[in-house]
Design a protein around this ligand. Structure first.
Ligand SMILES: [Zn+2]
Length: 387
């Protein structure tokens, strides 16, 4: 790959013909039309938080370096931004009066309202730009290894870069567009944001059963995303039809895996809702995120709920009581050992070799208090738990 350092291109040059798409959150073109600011393998613009945008302008006004910018030279009259898209979009938007900064008097100032010398300072700033020439795979391999200034590319953004093509373009239109009316519904079940590719990542993970790279490679040149979209919508529809309730703890669960595991079981949403309410109201259930799979699995695997355990003081009181009674009778302090026929029949276990057990199981309404606590040797406690 060949690289050439350019030091004479100014902010003003780049801002000539700057086009920003407010709806898609993308800086599109600059440098009098010769520069594509957001090629399809780039991530969406994510600086627009009011802080980093302003920090870029502040750096320009103070004469601080903006860092290296990389262009991919497609041909003599066409470049794409490889790295620097966020910074370029920030100053492009400022120069075209899309946002204001606070001046030293605490007043909002748009570019047009700045003193002439400040305007010129920004426009005349020379940028350090590397023009890179190479094959598509060289450029992409390189792109994969650089660390983008400020916010590193996340895994899905890298995959989008590596497998860029019509499939990624269509997939991003559907899943990476924060104005898609479905985003709100998806957000109940999927953690993250559209512009950081979190919905796209989940959709791909679900349809590919975790083999995202393979799937993207196979479908790279597809002209549709029907399978991806249908599968994703099927999972979301399944979750929202089984669970009428939308709880905070549902967000970010492994819905794709649960759909594959439980989709063949019938559920009565009304009954599910009652179970859910009861478990949410149960003070012994420590892990609410496990409630959903617990219900889907037929209310059997209490490990998912992380039922509140007996505290140390309770265990010690029960242990002491059990042990003194057992010693009077000359039997083991584990009631299961005591009724057995092996050498452990008379064995007195130390506290650290025993575990607390719910006499009446929690799932049968047994409470986690001292009246429902017994100490068993570890072997018998484990055996009871597995029944
Ligand atoms: Zn025992």
């Amino acid at each position: 790959m060949k690289t050439t350092l350019q030091t004479e291109i100014t902010v003003e040059d780049i801002c000539k013909g700057f086009v920003y798409n407010e709806y898609e959150g993308r800086g599109l073109f600059g440098l009098s039309g010769k520069l594509t600011i957001q090629p399809e393998f780039q991530r969406n613009y994510i600086y627009a938080d009011g802080k980093r945008d302003v920090a870029v302008i502040d750096s320009l006004l103070r004469g601080y370096p903006l860092g290296l910018i990389y262009f991919n030279k497609v041909n003599d009259s066409h470049f794409e931004v490889l790295d620097g898209q966020q910074r370029i979009t920030s100053f492009g938007r400022f120069v075209t009066n899309k946002f204001a900064i606070l001046d030293e008097n605490g007043m909002h100032q748009y570019f047009d309202g700045l003193a002439k010398d400040k305007q010129e300072k920004i426009l005349n700033t020379k940028l350090l730009i590397y023009e890179c020439e190479g094959t598509e795979s060289q450029i992409k391999e390189w792109f994969k290894t650089i660390n983008i200034v400020g916010i590193p590319l996340n895994n899905q953004e890298l995959l989008n870069a590596v497998y860029s093509g019509p499939f990624v373009t269509l997939a991003k239109e559907e899943f990476s567009n924060s104005l898609n009316a479905n985003v709100q519904k998806w957000s109940a079940y999927i953690r993250g944001s559209a512009n950081r590719q979190d919905f796209l990542e989940r959709a791909l993970e679900w349809v590919s059963k975790g083999n995202v790279g393979t799937y993207m490679s196979k479908h790279r040149y597809d002209d549709n995303i029907n399978e991806l979209k249908n599968y994703f919508n099927t999972v979301i529809d399944w979750v929202s039809s089984v669970f009428d309730d939308v709880e905070r703890e549902m967000c970010g669960l492994e819905w794709g895996r649960m759909y594959e595991t439980y989709r063949k079981n019938p559920y009565d949403p009304q009954k599910v809702s009652q179970q859910l309410r009861a478990l949410y109201a149960d003070p012994y259930v420590k892990n609410r995120r496990g409630v959903f799979e617990y219900i889907l699995g037929g209310s059997k695997d209490t490990n998912l709920l992380d039922i509140r355990v007996f505290d140390d003081a309770t265990k010690r009181i029960v242990y002491n009581k059990q042990t003194s009674t057992a010693q009077e009778q000359g039997v083991s302090n584990c009631s299961f050992c005591a009724i057995g026929h092996d050498a452990n029949k008379t064995r007195v276990w130390s506290l650290k070799d025993m575990d607390a057990d719910h006499v009446a199981a929690w799932s049968k309404g047994g409470a986690t208090d001292i009246s429902n606590c017994q100490m068993l040797c570890k072997t018998h406690n484990r055996a009871k738990g597995n029944r």
